[in-house]
Design a protein around this ligand. Sequence first.
Ligand code: AMP
Length: 630
Amino acid sequence: MSDAVSGVTALASIRRWRDTSPDAVAVSGAGGVLTYRELHDRVDRLAAVLRARGVGPEVPVGLCLERCPGMVVALLAVWRAGGAYVPLDPGFPEDRLRLMREDAGIRLVLAGQGVDARLLDGVPDVVELAWDGTPAGGGDATADGPVGDLAYLMYTSGSTGRPKGVAVPHRAVANLLESFASLLGLTPRDAWLAVTTLSFDISVLELLLPLTRGARVVVASAHETADGRALRSRAVSEAVTVMQATPASWRILLESGGVPESITTRLCGGEALPRDLADALLEGGARLWNVYGPTETTVWSTAGRVAPSPAPIDLGEPIGNTTVHILGPDGRPVPPGEIGELHIGGAGVARGYHGMPGQTAARFLPDPFSGVPGARMYATGDLAKIEDGKLRYLGRADRQVKVRGFRIELGEIESVLRTAPEVADAAVGVCDGPDGLPRLVAYVVLAAGKPAGEHDGEPGDAELWPALRERLRRSLPEYMVPAHLVVLDALPLTPNGKLDRRALPVPEWTRARSRPYRAPSTALEEDLAAMWGEVLGIAEPVGVDDDFFELGGHSLTATQIIARIQARYAVNVPIVVLFENPTIAELAAAMDLLDDDDLDLTEIAALRDELDGLSAEDLAAVLDQMASDA
Ligand code: AMP
């Protein structure tokens, strides 16, 4: 690679590490490992293929890949060819992927071998990649070509019902990498466990920063990112030293046996970091950073080292070449202690929303504080204040929410609900579930002729929720599909006729009535039903045909259930078994299949009262005894 691409910090650094330590491992993950020499070679070859197919500056290239080392090769090769990448998450519905492709003007997609071909229907040019980023048909090393300015287009939920593509230039990425390089001080001995989907911009930091420091990126597989225990054992076996995650993902790891001690550098961001979580993450003397920033200002704009103290957690300091301003409605800075909207200026500010000049102008404003002609700052919609000299986050000024780390505009879900013929009007809110975690709740008013009243199992209702969920699933990612439905006679209004969000009722967290109740028939089913009720906070008895996700279950509660099953039965149930068998009847049957010949889980369940008080060691001894008696 030549200096022509030195603006692309990562590419230039990888070339240097290729020269100084060619055999050091650069990336490991599903499929195998790539040394710096191999990584450099794969990137060059794929870039040549891309160039030959017309990729150059400003050309968007879709990445629709499984989680493997080839992800890193693909991203770098697009840059090497001068183009910009656009993540197309293979877990997203076909309709949403098509919308993003059309909006971005994508003609070429790099696809993993396992990706469902239907997702890419109608794409003129698809290049299939092996686990290490080798394209089908190979490719020769590339010659240098023109350098691009646009690094990626990242789609994020849009309040008007369409996702918006944030256009991020290379200089913003280079600034992020340089700032975090000096903040974290990584060395070639470090290994960073990358757990984030490409479609969340924080993946940029974890996939690239280690490569600029001669360190190793460990790409967690899809299975590992979904299963806390599998992730933990990957971290242990690879002696991982750094990880970045949202609060929800850190909690899953904590519930799955704890964060391995080797991970001494921990970054938490994407949502407010609660003190109890910070304290848990600080255990063992790890270094912990609270990192904050919107996609529009390139991954993270501030970072604060969190100390073990009872003080509230602040957002820290702006990263290099970045400014933050807390402004009042008049656009002037508010005095310390007063609340205003956080505005971010400097090198991280994106170009704007792709193809949306109006929305761009509304949020990317002239920056009167920088003194640089033409400089802009981004109005984040985040409320903040300075308290005791610290920058504190105080929530949102609008209807954007975060649920388990995912950024969601409630208006986008509402607009899908309103397309259903059964629905006359709709609102979506967020309520804390019985487990204390936020959940999306859909409120709908039915079209004339449909039964009204709270969603309570009246005839007609039983079909409604499954049908609405199906409609939502066709156009929204799973994390945007509400967990609960409440049918109302009318949406509550304020005196001036606007929707009164605060008057939307908190649903009763009952079992989903869309399925008739069927009682457990074995001791194992009974035990699981009690466990689900407890973890999900449902007082009524849970039926064996009730669906875990319809009851409000999600990845964290699934982790808790798996941990309880493990503790009670000493049987290792991978979390995917619960995902694939989301009713008690199915789960009990699947567990019976997993269970080794000598141990009868149903028998253990029948003895649960006697086994309940036992320590893990005593439990293991009793189970051994039962197995040898069998
Ligand atoms: P995203 O574009 O998905 O990165 O989401 C950006 C939004 O997430 C910000 O505008 C904040 O509302 C929220 N956010 C990100 N990091 C933090 C943090 N450390 N503390 C509080 N809120 C955060």
